[in-house]
Design a protein around this ligand. Structure first.
Ligand code: HAM
Length: 415
């Protein structure tokens, strides 16, 4: 049997490329409006970065990473997410020495060995933003407003924006004690992984995907009842900023997020049960990875999930025209001419195509129709001799006679 794509991976086919390009273009435009610049980090990193960054007790690190030893004996991991690599790059390249805040966005492939289900892949793509250097809740609100606007601009309705605060290490310590106290009675019924999380990081249990654990955590104490005055004030201000922009939200005290680095604000955007976007503040991660004490906030939007939602909602993505003009050729001399013409027209920005299969003129025109050529014309000996061609507009059949040697005029008509 022919070799097939790996489970959880998808080919992006030419017929869908315009959708990806459209989405990326829109996201780049909106990033620029907010003064956010692009960053690209490598596809693989030292495994330790994710162990320390994402957290050793998370599902991502414990169960889902694509980790291997390279030929030099180093432990390498394909990036499961974009935040930890961006933090590493921020520190390694001393971006903290620039005027702050540092605001970056990225498009990245991510790799997670997860169980397949709708909208869940093993290689997927994220658009993410990370902002370093500000602890103000206004930046949290600004990023949330940005992504809500993007999704609204795409025409997606019925989104739920859910927010929560995970507090700081001081509030978290108190909360962990309360959680342990609550979970103690059901310790024996926790899954094996969660038993190890009980002492090390009990909050992770709330996020466990095992059915038995989900049942146990249904009525756990909520962290909002344990957050300190400062974290409370931060959360109140965030809500005020969202209110003033008219952005509706729900407070969901169950959001703990699947990655360990969060503090204070966390949020998720959900459409019909599918989480399109998730993010939050991570004020301690830069220091944890070895950089200066730097607060930070970010999010990532899953691009496959965004596309899936657009398709399910019947939202059309404008298709770009694939071919401006198809140049048909009859005979060897005409083929030579068509080659030159296509070359010259493309230099003038025209999407021009010619035959490369030795097809008959009739078959060439059939093909032109199939690929949606906007204009066509045919060159033969008589057109070359008379220096005249008839350019046909395919939408209504109207013809335009021009000189074959006047390439600029041809370009003006077909572009
Ligand atoms: P995350 O919630 O793990 O957060 O992922 C963000 C988004 O990536 C999800 O909301 C979802 O749309 C998409 N996603 C995640 N896993 C998959 C999958 N297996 N298949 C398809 N799509 C998926 C993060 O990754 C954080 N780094 C976000 C962040 C940035 N927080 C602060 N800064």
């Amino acid at each position: 049997m022919a070799i097939q794509a790996q489970k959880g991976t998808k080919d992006m086919l030419p017929g869908d490329a315009y959708k990806w390009n459209y989405i990326e273009r829109k996201l780049r435009e909106i990033s620029a409006e907010y003064g956010i610049r692009e960053i690209r980090t490598p596809m693989f990193e030292a495994t330790e970065l994710f162990e320390r960054g994402v957290g050793e007790t998370t599902d991502v690190v414990q169960k889902e990473m694509y980790t291997f030893e390279d030929k030099g004996g180093r432990s390498i991991t394909l990036k499961p997410e974009g935040t930890a690599p961006t933090v590493r790059a921020f520190i390694e390249n001393s971006l903290y020495a620039d005027a702050q805040p540092t605001k970056v966005y990225y498009f990245t492939d991510c790799f997670r060995y997860e169980k397949m289900q709708k909208g869940r892949l093993r290689q997927f793509h994220q658009y993410g933003i990370e902002v370093f250097g500000s602890q103000e809740p206004s930046i949290d609100a600004e990023l949330i407003s940005l992504v809500m606007r993007v999704l609204n601009d795409f025409g997606i309705e019925g989104l739920s924006l859910n927010i929560n605060s995970l507090g700081c290490p001081t509030c978290r310590a108190k909360y962990n004690e309360a959680l342990k106290e609550y979970l103690k009675a059901n310790y024996e019924n926790l899954c094996g992984t969660c038993k190890t999380r009980f002492e090390k990081n009990p909050m992770r249990i709330i996020d466990c995907k095992e059915k038995s654990c989900k049942q146990i955590v249904k009525d756990v104490p909520i962290i909002l009842d344990f957050i300190c005055d400062e974290c409370n004030e931060h959360f109140s201000k965030l809500k005020n900023y969202l209110d003033i922009m008219g952005i509706q939200y729900n407070i969901d005290p169950q959001i703990v997020r699947g990655l360990d680095y969060y503090s204070k604000t966390v949020f998720e955007i959900i459409k019909d049960g599918l989480t399109l976007c998730g993010g939050g503040r991570y004020d301690y991660l830069v220091k944890e990875i070895g950089g200066p004490d730097t607060p930070a906030m970010g999010f990532a939007l899953g691009l496959e999930r965004l596309l899936l939602t657009l398709e399910e909602e019947g939202i059309q993505i404008p298709m770009t025209n694939r071919c401006d003009v198809y140049i048909g050729a009859m005979g060897d001399i005409a083929k030579l001419q068509s080659m030159k013409l296509a070359f010259e027209l493309r230099k003038l920005g025209v999407k021009a195509e010619i035959d490369h299969l030795g097809k008959s003129v009739k078959a060439q025109m059939k093909y032109a129709n199939k690929i949606g050529a906007q204009y066509t014309f045919v060159i033969g000996d008589s057109e070359i001799e008379a220096d005249k061609i008839n350019i046909k507009r395919m939408s209504d059949g109207e013809q335009f006679q021009v000189s074959l040697s006047n390439i600029q005029e041809i370009a003006n008509i077909v572009k």
